[in-house]
Design a binder for this molecule. Structure first.
Ligand code: TMO
Length: 317
C-alpha cells in the first residue's frame, strides 16, 4: 500500500511539468467594441490572436465612456484603445475607484481635436490658431447656425465638453454632435468639390490623414487638470479652456482580475503595442477598403505575423 501510494505520487509528479504556468480559464474573455474603425478592427485582431492560442472570446458593443466602469467591475475584461483626449477623464476616474489598471502603452502617439481640411486654410490664412479661427467664424456659418460658425463634433460618447470649450474660450461657433464617425467623413467629402471651409472633429492615427491633408486647430495647450481646475488654461473662471493633448497616449486597460484568471492572455495583452501606421491601416481596411471588421482583422493579421507571433510565443505555456 505504501509503495503504491509512493508510485502514484511519483507518477503524478512526473506527469505535470513543474514549470507549467497556470492554465487560462475557459470563461470567455470579454472584449468591448465601440464606434470607430481602428478600435473595432484592433479588438478583432486581438480577439483572433487570443482564439488562436485557445482562449474563448466574446465581443460586446458598449458605450466608449461607460466601458471603464464595466472593466473596473470585471463585466468586460479589457479596453484596447484608451485615447487620452476622449477617455482620459473616465479612465482616471475608474483608476481612482479601483478594479482596473493601466496595462501598458501602445507605441502610438495620439491627437483628437477640432480639425480642418487644408483648403479651409486658403480661406482663413491665420489658421491653425484658434483665435484666427474665431475671427473667420463667419466662413463656417450655415442656415442651421445663423451668424455663428458650425463645428461638427464627434458623437456624444467620445467627448463630453465641446460645448463647454466653446463657451470657455468665447468661440463664435455652434457645436453640433455627429451621429456617427461616418457623418464626419460625409461632411468632409461633401465640402471637398467646392472646397468649402469646414471644421470637424478628427483624430490621428486614422485613415483620414491619407485621404484629406489637413491640420488640427491649435487651442491653448493642454495642462493637466484643465478639466478639473478653473485656474488651468487662459480663462481663470472656466474648465475645458484647453485643447486636448497634442501628444496624447494610447493605452491598454485591463480588469484587475485578468492576470489571475487568464495569465496567458494577459501576458499577450501586455506585449501588444501598435504604432500609428499600424492603427491607421486597421482603420483604412474598413473606411477606405470597405471590408467588414472581422475580415479586416484577418487581413491585417495575415500581413503582420512577424509583429504579433513573437508576442504570442513569449507567452506560450
Ligand atoms: C475616440 N476617437 C479616437 C474617435 O477620438
Amino acid at each position: 500500500m505504501k509503495t503504491t501510494t509512493k508510485f502514484l505520487l511519483a507518477a503524478a509528479a512526473a506527469a505535470v511539468p513543474r514549470a507549467a504556468p497556470p492554465a487560462d480559464s475557459d470563461d470567455p474573455i470579454v472584449i468591448p467594441i465601440h464606434n470607430w474603425s481602428s478600435q473595432i478592427v484592433m479588438s478583432n485582431v486581438v480577439g483572433q490572436m487570443l482564439e488562436e492560442r485557445g482562449n474563448n472570446v466574446e465581443y460586446v458593443t458598449t458605450d466608449s465612456q461607460a466601458v471603464y466602469e464595466s472593466v473596473r467591475l470585471g463585466d468586460v475584461t479589457m479596453e484596447l484603445e484608451v485615447w487620452e483626449g476622449a477617455f482620459g477623464a473616465s479612465f482616471r476616474a475608474a483608476l481612482e475607484k479601483g478594479g482596473l489598471h493601466d496595462a501598458g502603452d501602445h507605441d502610438a502617439v495620439t491627437r483628437e481635436d477640432w480639425w480642418y481640411p487644408m483648403w479651409t486654410k486658403d480661406a482663413c490664412p491665420g489658421l491653425p490658431s484658434w483665435e484666427a479661427l474665431n475671427d473667420c467664424s463667419h466662413l463656417f456659418a450655415t442656415a442651421e447656425t445663423g451668424d455663428k460658425g458650425r463645428y461638427l463634433d464627434g458623437p456624444v460618447d467620445w467627448l463630453k465638453h465641446g460645448k463647454e470649450r466653446a463657451e470657455a474660450l468665447g468661440l463664435n461657433f455652434v457645436v453640433i454632435n455627429a451621429g456617427s464617425a461616418a457623418a464626419l467623413w460625409a461632411e468632409i467629402g461633401a465640402a471637398e468639390p467646392s472646397r468649402k471651409p469646414i471644421v470637424v472633429f478628427n483624430w490621428t492615427p486614422n485613415f483620414a490623414e491619407a485621404v484629406w491633408p489637413g491640420e488640427f486647430v491649435e487651442f491653448p495647450v493642454w495642462e493637466t487638470g484643465c478639466d478639473k481646475d478653473p485656474s488651468k488654461g487662459p480663462n481663470p473662471n472656466a474648465l475645458h479652456d484647453c485643447g486636448n493633448p497634442a501628444n496624447g497616449y494610447l493605452k491598454k486597460a485591463a480588469w484587475d482580475g485578468m492576470p489571475d484568471k487568464w495569465p496567458g492572455a494577459y501576458c499577450v495583452l501586455r506585449n501588444i503595442s501598435f504604432t500609428n501606421p499600424q492603427i491607421a491601416e486597421m482603420a483604412k481596411l474598413v473606411d477606405t477598403d470597405e471590408l467588414e471588421p472581422e475580415e479586416a482583422a484577418e487581413e491585417w493579421l495575415a500581413a503582420n505575423r512577424a509583429l504579433v507571433d513573437p508576442w504570442m510565443r513569449a507567452c506560450a505555456g
